[in-house]
Design a protein around this ligand. Structure first.
Ligand code: SF4
Ligand code: SF4
Ligand code: SF4
Length: 313
């Protein structure tokens, strides 16, 4: 007989969460379609919802040793769609700079809608799930060889993402005042140039940092400005990781594999869920736990203190 490492697990549990997410995204698509009369929204949110649901289903149903494929498939489906179809073909700048521009133009679509759903309101439900499941930058970074960070975080680098955030805003304001607002917005060439330029820089810096610090997610921890926005709402997320203290045997494997250096056992010992806003809901910890003691649960709790493993104290 096959053990849980080799067996598929198709149950109500493995279907429930994907269905909830599919309905949630379809509801947003229908809302935007009815409000704007544009059927594209139904396709867009239907596609993203289906991609997320497929990944969640596979993560729950695949044999334990293959579960990580669920998340990787969603990353590829959503990441390629957003970067290639929405970004390069449709010329919508979904990067932070694009969000600033659309926001300043008063456009509630493209990047503003994306940030609203994925990075501002969505994190109240699924925390930083965007970073675990959908980001096109991490889609590439997660392919690099340092999936498990060799060491803890470098505490003093934590400020870089905040500096980056404000520099992005300043750059947009300078370009805006130089070229005039009429040159910005959906389908403009300048959006395409900014998207391509920004992404090339992100990939070069992200890949270089991963190799220098031997950590695939170094860019996410120190440089990317997106968490500055996500951290406003993700601490309130109803979906978080929880360890069942009755099943846990304190082996420490979950902490060792966490790509974001979260101190899972400190939260468990305090009787709390994983309240860190650095958790990206990637399920890596749950997939390696030998006692199946870790899962995502839905509750109300919040904390603004972080329990993270640091290299320098
Ligand atoms: S931190 Fe930035 S680069 Fe990393 S997954 Fe999140 S949005 Fe993507
Ligand atoms: S991997 Fe599972 S059993 Fe081991 S410390 Fe983590 S929660 Fe406990
Ligand atoms: S705590 Fe678990 S789900 Fe959260 S980032 Fe770490 S490994 Fe991923």
């Amino acid at each position: 007989m096959k053990n849980s490492n080799e067996r598929w697990n198709i149950s109500n549990e493995s279907l429930k969460k994907p269905l909830v997410f599919l309905i949630l995204f379809l509801s947003i698509g229908i809302w935007r379609w009815k409000a704007s009369g544009n059927t594209f929204y139904l396709f867009n949110f239907g596609y993203i919802g289906l991609s997320i649901s497929i990944g969640m289903f596979l993560n729950g149903a695949l044999p334990k040793k293959h579960k990580s494929w669920g998340r990787r498939i969603t990353q590829l489906l959503v990441g390629c769609y957003m970067l290639i179809f929405l970004g390069i073909i449709n010329r919508e700048n979904m990067q932070l700079e694009g969000f600033f521009i659309y926001f300043m133009l008063g456009i509630f679509e493209a990047a503003t809608l994306h940030y609203f759903v994925a990075k501002i309101v969505g994190p109240l439900i699924f925390g930083r799930g965007w970073c675990g499941y959908a980001c096109w930058t991490a889609m590439v970074l997660d392919l690099l060889p340092y999936k498990i960070p060799k060491e803890g975080r470098v505490k003093k680098f934590g400020v870089i993402r905040y500096i980056h955030f404000f520099l992005s805003l300043i750059v947009v304001l300078i370009i805006w005042s130089t070229f005039g607002s009429q040159n910005f917005g959906k389908h403009h060439m300048i959006e395409l140039y900014m998207l391509l330029g920004g992404n090339i820089i992100y990939y070069v810096v992200g890949i270089s940092l991963a190799y220098v610090l031997k950590d695939n997610r170094a860019f996410c921890k120190y440089v990317c400005p997106i968490p500055v926005i996500q951290k406003l709402t993700s601490p309130f997320s109803v979906m978080k990781i929880e360890i069942d203290a009755n099943k846990c045997v304190d082996c420490g494997v979950c902490e060792k594999v966490c790509p974001m250096n979260v101190k899972l056992l400190t939260y468990k010992n305090e009787g709390k869920r994983i309240l860190s806003s650095e958790c990206i809901n990637c399920q890596t910890c749950a997939n390696v736990c030998p006692k199946s003691a870790i899962k995502s649960t839905f509750k109300f709790d919040v904390s603004f203190t972080e329990q993270l493993n640091y290299k320098d104290k």
